[in-house]
Design a protein around this ligand. Structure first.
Ligand SMILES: Cc1ncc(COP(=O)(O)O)c(C=O)c1O
Length: 380
C-alpha cells in the first residue's frame, strides 16, 4: 500500500482542497509510529510524547487515546493536554515561571526540577510532601551527532553533575520535596541504536551514583527524547527494536533499579505523519544558481536554517531530470532558505511536498516575521 507521504494523487488533492501552504498530519501514520515504538520498548518504559514537537490537538488526542503520557515544557502545553491525560503529565523546562509551577502542581504533573531554585519553589508551593525528578547535565560520556541540545558543553539545562554533592546537601534540608527520579536529556535526533544505548548506559551509571553517594531513592529514570528520524536520502532509519533490546539488557544489568523508565520522544512520533505542501511562486537564475522561490520560507519551516538539515522534498506531478536548486522563501532576507536540493524544472504554481515536517515544523517557525499568513494545519 502506498504510504501517505508517497501518495502524490492524495497530496495534490489535499493541496487543491485546502489551499497552500499547509501542513497535513496523517493520524494513521502517527498511530502506527507510536505503536511500532510501544511494541519495541520494554513494558517498564513509559512513553511521554514531547508536546513541543507538534502540539496539534488531533495529534495529542491520537497519542492520548493510545495511552501516551506527555512531556510539557510550558503552561500552554499543559493546558493542551490536561484534559486528555490526567495523571500522565511531566513538567520540564529550564525557566519555569512560578505560575507555571503552580499550574503543574495543581495538575499533579511530575516536576522535573532543573536546579535547587526549582526545588525551593516547589517546597514553598506544594500542598504536601511531593516526589520530583532532578534533571542532571552529565559531566561526560554523552554524544550528540547534530548539535541541538549542546552535548557536554555548558548548558542551561539541569544541574551540572559536578554540582550534585552541593545540591544533595542543600536538598536534604527540604521537608516537602523528595528527589525520587533522575532526568537526563543531552542528545537529540540520534539515528544509531548503539549511540543511544551508550547514552542510556551513562544515565543509568549516573543514577547508580545518585543512589550510592547521595542516597536518593529513585523511582524513575527519564532518558529524555532524542530518537532520530532520517532526513537525508540514503540515511538508515533508527532501529527501534534494537533500542528496545538494548534497554531490556540495561534494565537486567541494573536490577537494583525496579522503578519506571521514561522516554520523551517528540520527533520520532510526530515527524513522519506531517507533509508541508507549498507552491512555487517563481524561479530565477543568479550567477549560476537556480533559485526556486516558494510561497513561504522560514516563516513556516525554520528547522533547515537552524540545524543545516533540509527536509526531504518532492515535486508533485512533475517529471524530468533533477538538478540542483536553492529553495528560498518570500522574506526579505538571505536567511530565508529551505535548503539546497535536487528537483526537476519547475514552473510557477508547481506543487512541492516537504516530508517529515510533522515535528519541529509549524511549531518552530518564525510565523510573525513579515506578516505573511500562517500555514494552515490539517489533520486527516
Ligand atoms: C526535555 C525534552 N524532552 C523531550 C524532547 C524531545 O526530543 P526529541 O524530539 O529529540 O525526541 C525535548 C526536545 O527538545 C526536550 O527538551
Amino acid at each position: 500500500m502506498t504510504s501517505f507521504a508517497d501518495d502524490d494523487a492524495r497530496l495534490a488533492a489535499l493541496a487543491n482542497e485546502h489551499g497552500t501552504p499547509c501542513f497535513v498530519y496523517d493520524l494513521a501514520t502517527a498511530r502506527s509510529d507510536y505503536e511500532r515504538l510501544r511494541a519495541a520498548l520494554p513494558a517498564r518504559v513509559t512513553i511521554a510524547y514531547a508536546v513541543k514537537a507538534n502540539p496539534h490537538a488531533a495529534l495529542l488526542r491520537t497519542f492520548a487515546d493510545l495511552g501516551a503520557s506527555f512531556d510539557c515544557a510550558s503552561s500552554g502545553e499543559l493546558t493542551r493536554v490536561e484534559s486528555l491525560a490526567s495523571g500522565r503529565l511531566f513538567f520540564t523546562g529550564p525557566g519555569k515561571h512560578t505560575a507555571e509551577l503552580k499550574h503543574a502542581l495543581d495538575l499533579r504533573a511530575r516536576i522535573q526540577a532543573e536546579g535547587f531554585e526549582d526545588l525551593e519553589r516547589v517546597e514553598q508551593l506544594a500542598p504536601s510532601r511531593i516526589a520530583v525528578n532532578l534533571r542532571v547535565h552529565p559531566l561526560a560520556a554523552i554524544e550528540e551527532s547534530t548539535r541541538i541540545l549542546g552535548g557536554n558543553g555548558p548548558s542551561a539545562f539541569g544541574v551540572d553533575e559536578e554540582d550534585l554533592p552541593e545540591l544533595a546537601r542543600r536538598a536534604a534540608r527540604l521537608r516537602r520535596v523528595r528527589i525520587a527520579g533522575l532526568h537526563v536529556f543531552a542528545a537529540s535526533n540520534e539515528l544509531t541504536a548503539d549511540r543511544l544505548a551508550a547514552n542510556h548506559a551513562a544515565v543509568f551509571a549516573l543514577a547508580r551514583r545518585m543512589v550510592k553517594e547521595f542516597h536518593f531513592d529513585l523511582e524513575q529514570i527519564d532518558l529524555g527524547g532524542g530518537l532520530g528520524v532520517a532526513y537525508a536520502p540514503g540515511v538508515a532509519e533508527l532501529d527501534v527494536v534494537a533500542v528496545g533490546e538494548n534497554l531490556e539488557r540495561l534494565l537486567a544489568e541494573h536490577d537494583w533499579f525496579q522503578g519506571r523508565v521514561i522516554v520523551e520522544p517528540g520527533r520520532y512520533l510526530a515527524a513522519r505523519c506531517g507533509v508541508y505542501l507549498t507552491r512555487v511562486v517563481r524561479t530565477k537564475f543568479s550567477r549560476g544558481t537556480r533559485f526556486t522561490i516558494l510561497e513561504a520560507g522560514v516563516n513556516h519551516l525554520l528547522r533547515p536554517l537552524l540545524v543545516g538539515q533540509p527536509f526531504p522534498v518532492r515535486a508533485i506531478g512533475v517529471d524530468g531530470a533533477s538538478s540542483p536548486t536553492t529553495l528560498a522563501g518570500p522574506l526579505c532576507t538571505s536567511l530565508d532558505r529551505l535548503g539546497d536540493v535536487d528537483l526537476p524544472a519547475l514552473d510557477p504554481g508547481a506543487l512541492l511536498a516537504f516530508l517529515r515536517t510533522g515535528a519541529y515544523g509549524a511549531t518552530e517557525a518564525m510565523t510573525k516575521f513579515l506578516s505573511h499568513p500562517e500555514a494552515k494545519e490539517i489533520a486527516v
